[in-house]
Design a protein. Structure first.
Length: 503
């Protein structure tokens, strides 16, 4: 007899959300996490003696509202502070942007564009909260597809036409059409491509901006940092009845009679359950944990083709003093992406495994909010640097030092004197991120979020509705619809699909 109804593999935000929802509905759930603490990309760590930084993710666009309220995370101490954006561009004065509000000659045009894109994002948001319609087998829930389609039709003819244009267009062209200020064009281009293997001129790049807006009203800082968010989720999951085990890496998923029936840990321990839910990378799930013998050969081959190139690097600096970003608010999100062309120019080299001369980046100073993350008077800088090659031509270490040098040069130009304050620097390249966090290719979403890998194609058509071709095995991580970020929608949706199927 299995000792659990469900085993969830992976205690990132999606595994935690999935496990908590299932346990809340009375299922006996075991959550197995390889790391010493749950959280995955949401966590923090001491990267130098006395200096703490977000482990990977440093801001959230917003947790999925169903996860936030359904898990009662406020009761477990989770609170968020909104974070304004400061755009830095060369010698120009820093420009503050909050939602659609900003200053300068483009203020009205930017507000109008933000309002239009937010309205489209609201129409698309319900797609995130449902399992994607399947188009590959008989007896499909066409009603759901129709319902979602009707929500879009509700826009009216002109807006509907405009939405279709926007879904297909690239963000560079939209920025060129609607704005004149290079700083705002750069911000739009940067936000659309953050975490993607795309440049602003790549086809369909605007849809990623709509996706970002549909995730929430962020950027937000979880009070206490990302680790506090993970701890609140773990406390809520445990309170819902989830048995959470850390330092418990799953080595394989075992089958009986063509059905997944349990997992084997690296320690050799075997645990059985009615269902196995994988909230880790889909490619790793099928290729490393299940293996070819339990899967159809064609399907197994396709799992190797899930595109998963990462292009974001993570920089942590220990600083002996507060850098001055030309007067920009150190508690804000500082974006260095001087124009849309600059974002495109930073993307071009990674196509050939090379490093950009002038990377673009999102910078935060966590110590402006959490003073005890560094010794008194000292600070920590956390930056997401784009773009970094996932397969560098020159080799990992050469690419790392070149990208670090180029990144520090960009930072020094915006905050003169910063280099002189560096006590320790760490740059995590996509290969390091794969090794530490299990994100294949170092990809932000555990599989590229691009039109051809969205909805009913995510991660593959045969496994798009969280169920997989292997009976008893389900997916629940960012590699599934609707993708990643510190959000939890994929895990929550997966639990819903499981409950619906087993009702
Ligand atoms: C450079 C970079 C910066 C980012 N910054 C941000 C940001 O600022 N904001 C944001 O919203 N998103 C950010 N992201 C994306 C975000 O971190 C991920 O999308 C998110 O963490 C995905 O959540 P998840 O729960 O699906 O997976 P994960 O967070 O990857 O969690 C998976 C968990 O499974 C565990 N695990 C793996 N293998 C096993 C196994 N075999 N057995 C047991 N457990 C296992 C892992 O230890 C991990 O805890 C960033 C990504 C990158 C690459």
């Amino acid at each position: 007899m299995p000792s659990f109804d469900v085993i969830v593999i992976g205690g990132g935000v999606n595994g935690l959300a999935c496990a908590a929802r299932l346990a809340g509905k009375g299922r006996k759930v075991l959550l197995l996490e390889a790391g010493a603490v749950p959280g995955g990309g949401a966590g923090e760590r001491d990267f130098a003696p006395g200096y703490r930084a977000p482990a990977l993710a440093h801001l959230t666009q917003g947790l999925d509202a169903r996860v936030l309220h359904g898990m009662g995370l406020a009761r477990h101490g989770l609170a968020f502070d909104p974070v304004a954006t400061t755009v830095l561009a060369g010698q120009a004065a820093p420009m503050v942007v909050q939602g659609g509000q900003t200053s300068g000659p483009d203020a009205a045009a930017f507000a109008a564009l933000h309002a239009k894109l937010s309205a489209f994002a609201r129409v698309l948001a319900p797609f995130r909260a449902d399992k994607p319609p399947r188009l590959v087998a008989e007896g499909q829930p066409w009603g759901r597809l129709l319902r979602q389609g009707l929500a879009i039709r509700g826009l009216g003819r002109d807006d509907f036409r405009e939405l279709l244009r926007m879904v297909l267009i690239n963000v560079h062209d939209v920025a060129e059409d609607e704005l004149t200020d290079d700083r705002l064009k750069g911000l739009l281009a940067f936000d659309a491509t953050l975490g993607a293997w795309l440049g602003p001129r790549s086809p369909n790049s605007l849809i990623l901006y709509l996706d970002r807006l549909s995730r929430g009203e962020g950027p937000l800082w979880p009070r206490g940092g990302m680790g506090a968010l993970a701890r609140a989720m773990a406390a809520a999951a445990t309170a819902a009845g989830v048995a959470l085990r850390c330092d418990a890496r799953v080595e394989s998923i075992f089958t009986e009679g063509d059905r997944a029936v349990g997992v084997r840990l690296v320690s050799g321990e075997e645990i059985r359950a009615g269902l196995v839910v994988s909230a880790i990378n889909p490619r790793t799930t099928f290729r490393a944990l299940v293996g070819p013998r339990a899967l159809d050969a064609g399907f197994f081959r396709r799992t190797g083709h899930i595109r998963s190139r990462g292009a974001a690097a993570k920089l942590h600096l220990a600083l002996t003093g507060l850098p001055d970003f030309r007067g920009g608010d150190p508690a804000s999100r500082l974006v260095i992406a001087p124009s849309s062309e600059a974002v495109e120019a930073a993307f071009n080299p990674v196509k050939y495994g090379e490093v950009p001369k002038a990377p673009v980046m999102e910078v935060i100073l966590p110590t402006a909010r959490e003073a005890d993350w560094a010794p008194a008077g000292h600070h920590v800088l956390s930056a997401i640097v784009q773009y970094a090659p996932h397969a560098p031509m020159a080799g990992l270490e050469a690419a790392r030092s070149e990208l670090l040098e180029n990144t520090l040069a960009v930072l020094e130009a915006q905050a003169p004197g910063l280099r002189g304050r560096i006590a320790h620097a760490e740059l995590l390249m996509p290969q390091d991120i794969e090794a530490r966090f299990g994100m294949v290719g170092g990809n932000w979403h555990h599989g590229e979020l691009a039109v051809e890998q969205m909805l009913f194609n995510r991660p593959l058509p045969q496994a798009a509705g969280y169920a997989t071709p292997l009976p008893g095995l389900w997916l629940a991580g960012a590699g599934s619809h609707p993708g990643g970020g510190i959000n939890g929608a994929a895990g929550w949706n997966a639990a819903g699909a499981i409950l619906e199927a087993r009702a």
